[in-house]
Design a protein. Structure first.
Length: 71
């Protein structure tokens, strides 16, 4: 296993139980464990390949959280 592929850290966060279950079910449909999908999303985000586009309501309610420079 290469240095960049070594899984040597943990990430913990609280999520809504219903959201987690929905994510797990969608992950099952892809044939990958949900943990693998989370790692892939993190990797894509770090490389600039993942873009999150909020709804208009989210943009209005969360304000600066979604104000990204360079848009």
């Amino acid at each position: 296993m290469t240095e960049e592929n070594r899984l040597d850290a943990n990430l913990h966060c609280k999520v809504n139980a219903a959201e987690k279950e929905a994510f797990k079910q969608k992950a099952i449909a892809t044939g990958k464990p949900y943990q693998v999908l989370i790692r892939e999303m993190m990797h894509a985000f770090n490389e600039g390949r993942l873009r999150i586009i909020p709804t208009e309501d989210q943009s209005n309610s969360l304000g600066e959280l979604y104000n990204v420079t360079g848009k």
